[in-house]
Design a protein around this ligand. Structure first.
Ligand SMILES: *[C@@H]1O[C@H](CO)[C@@H](O)[C@H](O)[C@H]1NC(C)=O
Ligand SMILES: *[C@@H]1O[C@H](CO)[C@@H](O)[C@H](O)[C@H]1NC(C)=O
Ligand SMILES: *[C@@H]1O[C@H](CO)[C@@H](O)[C@H](O)[C@H]1NC(C)=O
Ligand SMILES: *[C@@H]1O[C@H](CO)[C@@H](O)[C@H](O)[C@H]1NC(C)=O
Ligand SMILES: *[C@@H]1O[C@H](CO)[C@@H](O)[C@H](O)[C@H]1NC(C)=O
Ligand SMILES: *[C@@H]1O[C@H](CO)[C@@H](O)[C@H](O)[C@H]1NC(C)=O
Ligand SMILES: *[C@@H]1O[C@H](CO)[C@@H](O)[C@H](O)[C@H]1NC(C)=O
Ligand SMILES: *[C@@H]1O[C@H](CO)[C@@H](O)[C@H](O)[C@H]1NC(C)=O
Ligand SMILES: *[C@@H]1O[C@H](CO)[C@@H](O)[C@H](O)[C@H]1NC(C)=O
Ligand SMILES: *[C@@H]1O[C@H](CO)[C@@H](O)[C@H](O)[C@H]1NC(C)=O
Ligand SMILES: *[C@@H]1O[C@H](CO)[C@@H](O)[C@H](O)[C@H]1NC(C)=O
Length: 861
């Protein structure tokens, strides 16, 4: 008894001693520095991706606690100096200044400030922290050059500057970091050639330069990087061949070189059969020629991506892949071979979880049996004519894409019994229906179903509650849109365009708190009024164009503050201008074209409608009337400012594949469909008010819209002079002012608009000489016709005397060429929300694949 009591007291004593010791460990100077550091940043205004509150470590720091015990701080137990600062993901927001108290923590060994919003130029004073071994500033908002003073941190083993906005070249001074093992510079905007100084850093095991703007060739001799394990230069602009010395590095396990401009031949060199290389990504480069047989020597490969390797229609010997028994991921999509491959060849690869053979002509025998547990299978454009029967036994399948084949008949009932199936794309085939009872699909847990561009007829399938994305455009469904759609409470995207639905838009969405963000019902035969009830306030894209809808636009849309795309063209809406759209501050596209809208488009009480993000405004072919006040366009910010991309998310939250997709819209002009992707869409800014009864002067404020590409005000009753201020629309490519009552001269300033390739001033009351300028005078004379007092080239009427006569023939030829090129910006443009809905889906699919990849990678780690 006594004995244990003594021991117990001793323990108590000890623990008291240590805890009291810990209380006084923190040194005052270090504490002050930390306290000041905390006050340099604010921690609000930050949200995590999923809305859960983020951890704010510095908020929990307290004067009553020893600073060495603060969250994220560790001290040297003997000296009390702060040696570790780990404030990852702590909502720190604000610039890191060169006089920051951070740089007084001179004894830091480990500093991790990743996933905060530290911004500004990374100060040179970072080199004050001489003892740093680990420095991570990943996922912040630093910009400017990488400071060369980093080269002074000679103890560094880990340097992570990834996911920022660094620009410029990698400073040569980094070559001094002889102890560096891990270098992360990925996801910045770094330029220049491959940094040769890295070759001098022989301890490097990980180099990540992915997603930057590097260019040039790789050094031919990379063998000095003898400890390299992980090498990532994905998504840059490297070209030339890949040095064989890279493959000879014995420690190498992962090689990411996809999405560059590398070209063949691929020299793998004399690798030993014991190559440890497990991961080889060469997809989306410019390789052409045969696929090197030596790949078969890389027997450790579990990941192989050769997508878009151009074999130039050669035959490919697919048996070279059969030696790679560990293959889990194989992407051979679009390798441009004329070989026909029997899918059974792959039955030897027992570990396959991901297989993409899109674009290869496949033979799929009805008796085929694949043993590998494939989870993601993409066989798009493989010339498959019958539904692949072997899938019935593929019970691990969660993602199936057999789009763009020639499969006829019914979708087999057993497909929906595959227990893990979530993503199904059977679009662009000739399916006519679903086998089994009306509710077969409801037995599955499908998340995405794309059946568009087939021959599906009624009955419309009943979908399971799990459905998030349903794409059923371009089929032969008819009758009313089924009310069961409203009950799908997870539904995000509903696309039923280009069918023969009639009846009205379902009125049941309100009852089921829908989360619908995309609803596209264009080109059906829907009639009746648009439901007054809310379709939910998640809507981002609504397209009901090309139907027979009537009545007014429902006010309930005012609550859809996320709305970006609204197209109701070619219906019979009979309404006044929906002034409430000005509350939709995210609106980018508004198309009211060809309806029976009427009344003024400016309201007396208001200076200007404010459209901060609007890029396409098309209210043509309606009955709008009235005069536009001269400041009408004053607050149409997106059209007056150059924005080189749509800011949806800070770049560090963006998925790799999702980027550009979003910023695109399809346009159909004269039967030609074209998609402007990425910057194309951003550039494309249009105002079309043609075919109304608008009067008065053309508002002077139009000249503020410097980014405008197309301006069509034709076929109204605009009067007065054409303002010389139009010269400020320097990006204008098409200007149509025809069929108005404009008078006076065509301002000579317009001759300066060098992009203006198409213009029309016909049917006005203009007079005087046509300004001299190549763009203007190369128009056809019809662009100026029916202005009784207009003269000069290209019209027949000369202005006075001495007009220089160019040969008419040459001109005509030139004209024709130009008109062809520019037909797409012709007046008859329709707006189809091309990839507006693709964004969410692309994002979901790429994140699904990424998650799958992470899961698999872990099992190989
Ligand atoms: C650092 O410099 C900025 C100006 O560049 C100044 O506003 C700030 O007070 C200084 N901070 C400290 C801790 O000296
Ligand atoms: C991050 O910092 C930048 C620049 O200081 C600022 O513009 C941006 O709004 C901040 N982002 C967040 C999410 O607070
Ligand atoms: C740090 O590096 C810079 C540039 O590389 C150099 O000019 C400077 O003298 C170095 N400072 C120290 C303290 O070593
Ligand atoms: C590599 O280091 C050596 C000696 O330290 C030096 O002479 C050489 O210039 C360096 N090479 C590069 C590419 O920095
Ligand atoms: C490549 O470089 C290493 C040292 O970095 C050298 O030993 C070797 O000879 C070089 N190989 C060739 C082919 O130049
Ligand atoms: C390739 O390496 C093996 C041993 O690893 C050697 O026997 C053979 O001669 C080498 N071949 C060539 C062409 O260098
Ligand atoms: C389905 O496949 C088609 C053709 O390959 C493709 O265009 C479409 O984007 C795919 N659908 C989805 C939702 O990914
Ligand atoms: C789908 O959800 C509705 C209501 O949310 C429920 O009544 C119905 O039973 C569910 N159906 C299935 C197949 O789970
Ligand atoms: C918008 O939503 C609010 C709250 O849900 C509702 O009270 C209001 O009536 C809605 N406005 C319209 C025009 O539907
Ligand atoms: C629009 O509706 C009003 C009545 O609501 C009607 O008088 C008018 O004729 C309609 N306009 C057109 C063009 O149909
Ligand atoms: C064009 O814009 C500039 C400033 O943006 C302005 O000073 C000038 O007066 C404008 N030109 C005309 C003709 O209005």
């Amino acid at each position: 008894m006594m004995h244990s009591c003594v021991i117990w007291s001793l323990c108590l004593l000890f623990s008291l001693f240590f805890s009291s010791h810990a209380k006084h460990l923190c040194r005052p100077d270090q504490k002050d520095a930390l306290w000041e550091f905390k006050s340099e940043f604010y921690t609000d205004g930050f949200h995590s991706d999923d809305g859960t509150p983020v951890d704010k470590k510095t908020e929990r720091w307290s004067n009553n606690i020893d600073c060495c015990a603060w969250d994220g701080i560790s001290c040297d137990p003997k000296t009390g100096k702060v040696v570790e600062l780990d404030l990852t993901d702590s909502s720190l927001n604000g610039p890191l200044r060169s006089n920051s108290s951070l740089f007084r923590l001179r004894h830091l060994h480990i500093m991790n400030l990743g996933s905060n919003n530290l911004s500004g130029i990374l100060p040179d004073s970072i080199s004050n922290l001489k003892h740093l071994r680990v420095l991570s500033l990943s996922g912040c908002s630093f910009y400017g050059k990488i400071p060369s003073s980093l080269g002074n941190l000679s103890y560094l083993t880990n340097l992570d500057l990834s996911h920022n906005d660094f620009i410029g070249k990698v400073p040569d001074s980094l070559g001094n970091l002889k102890k560096l093992t891990d270098l992360g510079l990925d996801n910045n905007k770094i330029t220049g050639n491959f940094p040769h100084v890295l070759l001098n850093m022989s301890e490097l095991t990980q180099i990540d330069l992915g997603s930057n703007q590097f260019e040039g060739m790789l050094p031919s001799n990379m063998s000095s990087l003898s400890k390299l394990v992980y090498f990532d230069i994905n998504e840059n602009s490297f070209h030339g061949s890949i040095p064989s010395s890279l493959f000879m590095i014995p420690s190498l396990i992962q090689l990411y070189m996809g999405r560059n401009s590398f070209s063949g031949p691929l020299e793998i060199g004399n690798i030993s059969s014991l190559s440890t290389l497990g991961f080889l990504s060469l997809g989306e480069n410019n390789f052409n020629g045969p696929i090197p047989r030596l790949i078969s020597k890389l027997v450790g490969l579990w990941y192989l991506d050769l997508a878009l390797w151009n074999t130039e229609k050669r035959k490919v010997d697919f048996s070279i892949f059969l030696h790679l028994k560990s293959l889990t991921f194989l992407d051979l999509s679009y390798i441009n071979t004329r070989s026909i491959v029997d899918l059974s060849l792959f039955s030897d690869l027992m570990s396959l979880g991901y297989l993409d053979l899109s674009g290869i002509n496949l033979k799929v025998s009805p008796t085929l049996h694949l043993l590998s547990p494939i989870e993601i299978l993409t066989l798009s454009s493989c010339n498959i004519a019958e539904f692949p029967k072997f899938l019935e036994k593929q019970t691990s399948l969660s993602y199936l894409d057999i789009s763009a084949n020639q499969i006829k008949g019914q979708v087999p009932e057993w497909l929906w019994t595959l227990p893990f199936l979530q993503y199904v794309n059977i679009s662009q085939n000739s399916f006519t229906g679903f086998e089994g009872s009306a509710d077969v699909i409801q037995r599955s847990e499908i998340l995405l179903l794309d059946i568009s561009s087939n021959l599906f007829k009624d009955p419309f399938p009943l979908l399971p509650n799990s459905t998030k994305f349903f794409l059923g455009s371009n089929n032969q469904f008819s009758g009313e849109i089924p009310k069961t759609i409203c009950k799908l409470t997870s539904l995000d995207t509903l696309v039923l365009s280009d069918n023969s639905f009639n009846g009205s838009i379902p009125r049941c969405f309100e009852n089921f708190s829908t989360k619908l963000s995309v609803m596209h019902l264009r080109n059906n035969s829907l009639y009746g009024t648009f439901p007054e009830e809310s379709i939910g306030d998640h809507l981002k894209s609504l397209d009901v164009g090309d139907n027979r809808l009537s009545g007014v636009l429902p006010k309930s849309l005012i609550n859809c503050t996320r709305l970006e795309f609204l197209n109701v063209e070619n219906n019979m809406f009979n309404d006044t201008f929906p002034f409430w759209v000005r509350f939709l501050t995210n609106l980018q596209v508004l198309v009211l074209r060809s309806n029976k809208f009427h009344g003024p488009i400016s309201s007396p009480g208001e200076d200007s409608l404010s459209f901060p993000k609007l890029r396409i405004f098309d209210i043509s072919k309606n009955g709008f009337t009235g005069v536009l006040p001269s400041y009408y366009f004053a607050s149409w910010t997106a059209m007056s400012l150059f924005t080189d991309n749509v800011d949806i998310m800070p770049s560090r939250f963006e998925g790799r594949d999702s980027g550009n997709l979003y910023n695109s819209v399809s346009m159909t002009a004269k039967g030609l469909v074209m998609e402007l992707v990425g910057s194309g869409f951003t550039i494309y800014k249009t105002i079309d008010v043609s075919g109304n009864k608008l009067q008065g002067n053309i508002p002077e404020s139009i000249s503020l819209l410097k980014e405008l590409i197309v301006l069509n005000m034709s076929n109204n009753a605009f009067a007065g002079h054409i303002s010389p201020s139009l010269e400020n629309l320097t990006n204008l490519q098409s200007l149509d002012l025809s069929q108005n009552r404009l008078s006076g001269e065509i301002p000579s300033e317009l001759a300066k608009l060098s992009f203006l390739a198409r213009m029309n001033f016909s049917y006005n009351m203009l007079e005087g000489p046509i300004p001299k300028g190549t763009q203007i005078q190369s128009q056809s004379s019809s662009s100026f016709a029916e202005n009784p007092r207009l003269c000069g080239v290209p019209l027949q009427e000369t202005c006075g005397r001495g007009d220089d006569a160019t040969t008419q023939e040459d001109e005509d030829e030139e004209k024709e060429e130009k008109e062809q090129v520019l037909s797409w910006i012709a007046a008859a443009i329709g707006y189809v929300p091309g990839v507006f809905c693709g964004f969410t889906i692309g994002h979901i699919l790429s994140s699904y694949k990424r998650d799958w990849f992470m899961k698999i990678s872990r099992s190989f780690a």
